[in-house]
Write a new protein. Structure first.
Length: 153
């Protein structure tokens, strides 16, 4: 007489699979029973109010604003539209090393530190001198050029 090919472990695994399959089917039927059948178009609509917030109520037509298409600018403003700032700035020398030929100037308006090289000087400067200068972008950041010491009267 031949023995059954199914061992105890195989039988247990098959029971677990059948149990899981049955539980999954029950969960599916429960979800289908509790699901809403569908929403009307009005229930699915969303509106954007005048502040850009999403709401369920339509916007008030009395708050509608007319906007001219010419007033809308997309992108970077043209060069002539921008305010031209004075290229000559004022500042104070915070550090200058004569032997190495470089230093830093602190801009009096922006409090930004700007690198200065001895080649950009029109005269000798030292620390705590008041100077005027122009800013040029160098390889490593802003550089002061046309640096002139302000004579204090």
């Amino acid at each position: 007489m031949a023995r059954s090919q199914a061992s105890f472990g195989k039988k247990e695994n098959e029971k677990k699979r059948q149990k899981n399959k049955k539980e999954k089917e029950e969960r599916k039927e429960e979800r289908q029973a509790n699901a809403k059948k569908g929403q009307t178009l009005d229930e699915m609509m969303a509106y954007v109010d005048e502040n850009g917030n999403i709401s369920t109520t339509p916007p008030d037509p009395s708050k509608k604003k007319e906007i001219n298409a010419e007033d809308i600018h997309i992108g970077v403003p043209k060069q002539e539209d921008r305010e031209q700032e004075d290229p000559i700035r004022k500042g104070t020398v915070t550090f200058f090393n004569d032997s190495k030929g470089y230093g830093f100037i602190k801009d009096s308006e922006t409090q930004e530190s700007v690198f200065v090289h001895a080649n950009s000087l029109s005269g000798p400067i030292k620390e705590h001198d008041k100077v005027t200068f122009e800013v040029e972008m160098g390889q490593k950041g802003p550089n002061a050029v046309s640096v002139k010491k302000i004579e204090v009267a």
